[in-house]
Write a protein that binds this ligand. Structure first.
Ligand code: KG4
Length: 334
């Protein structure tokens, strides 16, 4: 089945064409140049830019896949969670196109796109598996039993991991998005003279918290500056990244053991982080657990994963009506 996927939940306008589980094209237009000077996403500017770009991005995806609109059999679009204005652009565009083509449209929960993204790779996980979803807006663990049955087993109580990367980068005046910049700074940095705290929370908890870590970094920087020291920026990036990675890896492995599965999937923008990928692969290997990490381009927001999740929804008998609305928060797995 040929599926057109559309993603516009945050600051990426994306469209993709898939045939079953094969990606024929995937186009992503990011808005980093617009939000960079604010150190974070400005929702109104994001939705306006989606409006400007969406037609071109969809046309480009069709052209790259050498598919005509008439050949599209299903349209899948992110329905939530995300920024309302941004979601509305993509979902309304998808509904209008479906009406015009007289083809079905299916709304997709963005998180299910990340959860199922490894199915677009060469080696795929087996059910049940643990999915760690780490992005700018989400940090959560799911127990995934099949394509549409998920249980939310852990989530952040404050900041998402990607949000923490972005806020620390802003604190250090490094630019936006913070994740890739901090990862680069940390790569060859010397060790810091201290370690930052890890929030393990209550015994056995699979929840996360990154606000204490953020405060600890901010205090460290303030102290270093008032002592007249040169900012040890790269070492702070390294110590911060180590703290985030250790918690993500240990809680994900603990979840696999608790739910008795040897399959782990990681998705979301932070899953592009090399230090996290290496630490998780090494730690899972030592426990005989298989970890599945999508290619880096498929970790950050893209429409191929939305097309695939939409296809699975549709095959399970679900489609959207033209009067359906978008939703800002996910209820997936609750
Ligand atoms: O999934 P995603 O593309 O979309 C949103 O949630 O908006 O994730 C974006 C997030 C940003 O917070 C960004 O800083 C983070 O993922 N990110 C990374 C890396 N690449 C992107 N964080 C750590 N290391 C990276 N290499």
């Amino acid at each position: 089945m040929i599926v057109l996927g559309i993603e516009s939940s945050c600051d990426d306008t994306a469209a993709a064409i898939i045939r079953d589980n094969q990606i024929l094209s995937s186009v992503v237009a990011n808005q980093h140049h617009i939000h960079q000077r604010f150190g974070g996403i400005v929702p109104e500017l994001a939705s306006r830019d989606h409006l400007v770009k969406i037609t071109t991005v969809v046309e480009q995806a069709l052209e790259n896949a050498q598919i005509t609109l008439a050949e599209v059999e299903l349209i899948a679009a992110t329905q939530g969670p995300g920024l309302i204005g941004s979601l509305l652009v993509g979902f309304c565009f998808a509904k209008s196109l479906a009406y015009r083509l007289a083809q079905p449209v299916v709304g997709v929960d963005h998180l299910s796109g990340h959860i199922l993204s490894p199915f677009l790779e060469r080696t795929v996980p087996a059910f049940p598996y643990i999915a760690l979803i780490v992005s700018g807006g989400t940090t959560a663990l799911f127990f995934v039993q099949d394509f549409s049955t998920y249980r939310l087993i852990g989530r952040t109580r404050d900041d998402a991991a990607g949000e923490a990367f972005d806020k620390i980068a802003r604190m250090l005046n490094l630019g936006y998005p913070g994740g890739p910049i901090i990862a680069e700074r940390a790569r060859h940095a010397a060790a810091l003279d201290t370690t930052f705290p890890r929030a393990w929370l209550e015994e056995g908890s699979l929840d996360f918290s990154f606000s204490g870590l953020k405060t600890a970094v901010s205090h460290y920087i303030a102290k270093a500056r008032s002592a007249g020291k040169a900012d040890p920026v790269n070492s702070v990036c390294r110590a911060f990244q180590e703290a985030v990675v250790e918690v993500l890896v240990k809680k994900t492995l603990a979840a696999a053991q608790k739910y008795q599965t040897d399959q782990i999937v990681v998705g979301g923008g932070v899953a592009a982080n090399e230090a996290l990928r290496e630490a998780l692969s090494a730690a899972s290997q030592s426990l005989g657990i298989s970890s599945y990490l999508p290619a880096q381009a498929n970790c950050t927001d893209n429409a191929a994963m939305i097309a695939f999740a939409g296809l699975k929804n549709f095959q399970a008998g679900r489609s959207s009506t033209l009067s359906e609305d978008v939703f800002p928060r996910s209820t997936l797995g609750n």
